[in-house]
Structures are given as C-alpha cells and as structure tokens.
Design a protein around this ligand. Structure first.
Ligand code: DC
Length: 230
C-alpha cells in the first residue's frame, strides 16, 4: 500500500494526538507529536530561568537553541514515542499546566519554529507519517496528501484537559484550565509566524459531539480514499 503523509492540525485539546496515535497504530505509520517538541523547548526555558510569569528572555533562548537536543524514543510498553530533552525523558514534565502556560509564548519565536520545522520535515521525508500540531498542513508539509483540522468548543476542550490533569493528580481548577485554553487559542491564532489557520485543502472535523470511535472511523475512511487515488 502506498504510504502517505497525514497532517492533523487544530486547537489545543481537540483530541488530535489521540486520533493521530490511533491512525499511526492502525496504518503502521510513525506518529509525531510536534506539540511535545514546543513543550520541551518551553520546559528548557523554564529550567534555565529564561521565562517566568512576568518575563521572557527571547534572545537568551535563541542563543541557547544549539544546546537543545530533542529526540523521540519509542516506548514499546506504552506503544508510543516519548520526548527526550538533551538525553532526559521529559514526557511527564512537559504535560503540566505550568508548561502549558508558557509554551504558546515560546512557540511565537521564529528561530524556535524554524529549528523544529526542519527537524519535523526530516522525520517525515519518507512519508508513512502522522504528524499533529498547528502548522503541519500549512508550513511543515504543505503537500501532505491528507490534512485534517480539528475543532471543538473551548468549554468542551477545557473539560477534557481538566479531567486528564485531575486523573494525574494535578491540582488545578476547571476555570484555570479554561483560561489557559482560551489564552492559548488567542496566542496560537494571532502570532505572526505560522499562526494556526485552516489550510485551504484541509477537512474540518468538529468533534464536540463525536465520540472517539465515530471520529476514527470517519478519518480512516478518508485515509483509504486518499490512498486509493494517491
Ligand atoms: O498540541 P499541544 O497543546 O501540546 O501544543 C503545545 C503548544 O505548542 C501550543 O500552544 C502551540 C504550540 N505548537 C505550535 O505552535 N506548533 C505546532 N506545530 C505544535 C504546537
């Protein structure tokens, strides 16, 4: 079967990664969570005191970029790849609300974006890849054979993220999570470099009222159609 490139973009907490992981497993494709890469850079900036509640030393972060090495390593027990920052597994650390609060700011920096985009393009050069993020169909792989754009209401997404964080024992309120979701939407859609926009040839899926199975079946059908004609 011909291998294609599948780009999944959309707002935060729309279940992009769940869908992308399911697809990659079914199709035996590589899955890449580009949000994890931006999160790892944000985590690096936090660790080195380059970003905080009232400050962001962009220039220092840009100078430090050559010292940031990102790598995905497949964890066979979990069935997906985990994010490593300079050789350390940071999968847990990058999923906290603190990182979520800073990551959109870090993602506005063009030098950060071009470093990560280059690495993403390299990972996808042989196709057979499902990549999720904000700019995959518009910037990273504008020629992807299938582009999906996922949306859901801010409240639905905040509730999902809140449930996930609570399950992990993170002590946050729903209001705090909703505020973060809305703020990130604003930053992601209004930044100058590669804002979150729907590609002209993307298929939009609003999953506020779709369950995971319905959504997966619908997208798998799209994949099969595209593979037939690719
Ligand atoms: O998908 P996520 O919520 O883990 O992404 C974290 C942040 O990274 C998100 O607020 C925007 C940014 N991001 C981006 O700008 N471009 C991408 N391709 C992926 C994520």
């Amino acid at each position: 079967m011909k291998k294609i490139t599948i780009a999944i973009d959309g707002f935060s907490s729309t279940g992009k990664s769940t869908l992308a992981k399911q697809l990659a497993k079914e199709l035996e494709y590589v899955y890449v969570d580009t949000g994890a890469m931006y999160r790892a850079v944000a985590f690096f900036a936090m660790q080195h005191n380059l970003i905080g509640a009232n400050f962001f030393d962009k220039d220092a972060l840009v100078s430090a970029l050559p010292k940031i090495q990102l790598e995905f390593k497949f964890n066979a027990d979990l069935g997906f790849a985990e994010m490593y920052l300079n050789g350390e597994n940071v999968e847990k650390q990058i999923r906290t609300i603190e990182v979520s609060n800073f990551v959109s700011k870090v993602a506005t920096v063009s030098e950060v974006r071009s470093k990560l985009v280059e690495q993403q393009q390299e990972m996808g050069k042989n196709k057979g890849i499902v990549m999720d993020g904000r700019d995959i169909g518009t910037v990273v792989f504008p020629d992807a054979e299938l582009k999906i754009f996922m949306t859901a209401s801010a409240e639905t997404r905040a509730q999902r993220r809140f449930d996930e964080l609570q399950a992990k024992g993170d002590n946050v309120t729903y209001e705090e999570v909703l505020k973060n979701v809305v703020e990130r939407d604003n930053l992601d859609t209004s930044r100058e470099d590669s804002p979150l926009v729907i590609a002209d040839d993307a298929i939009e899926i609003d999953n506020s009222y779709l369950n995971k199975e319905e959504q997966f079946d619908a997208v798998l059908e799209l994949v099969n159609d595209v593979v037939k004609t690719a």
